[in-house]
Design a protein around this ligand. Structure first.
Ligand SMILES: Nc1ncnc2c1ncn2[C@@H]1O[C@H](COP(=O)(O)OP(=O)(O)O)[C@@H](O)[C@H]1O
Ligand SMILES: [Mg+2]
Length: 134
């Protein structure tokens, strides 16, 4: 897979989340994603950005335009140096929240993407990557 371009945005406030959503939407449009696919991916991005802010204490998102043979797509990598996740399987369970959310952010983001990866280490931080192909 080839990275065509990338941009890293800070996630420190709700305004930063709005900016990240707008950037993801714009790039999805530029790749020719239909309105439904745009919305799915922006929704997934929004959930992960929220988690970065609320649980990770802030961090970054890297937005990459990628190409794999004849396919083009978007990959987003969310990173924070927060407390990490002790039990990833539990965190991925529909309805599980350690706060007062709906517990559908991580599982939903996975369903709304074509690719999903999560790494986390307690005390070190969390990295979640999602991808969606045109
Ligand atoms: N970046 C993160 N750092 C630490 N914990 C996280 C992070 N993202 C998610 N989690 C943990 O995973 C749980 C589930 O996340 P999610 O599915 O988005 O549900 P919600 O945000 O509603 O709690 C969170 O309640 C939290 O405990
Ligand atoms: Mg969440």
């Amino acid at each position: 897979m080839k990275v065509i371009s990338d941009e890293t945005l800070q996630l420190r406030s709700s305004e930063d989340i709005v900016t990240a959503r707008q950037s993801v939407r714009k790039k999805a449009v530029s790749l020719g994603f239909g309105i439904v696919d745009q919305t799915k991916f922006v929704t997934a991005a929004s959930e992960l950005a929220r988690n970065t802010l609320d649980y990770g204490g802030g961090g970054t998102v890297k937005i990459e335009l990628v190409e794999n043979g004849h396919r083009s797509g978007l990959r987003l990598v969310f990173e924070d140096k927060g407390p990490g996740i002790a039990d990833i399987e539990l965190a991925m369970t529909d309805g599980y929240t350690s706060g007062n959310g709906m517990g559908l952010g991580l599982s939903g983001a996975k369903r709304l993407s074509n690719e999903f990866e999560i790494w986390s280490e307690p005390g070190k931080g969390t990295r979640v990557s999602i991808g969606r192909w045109k």
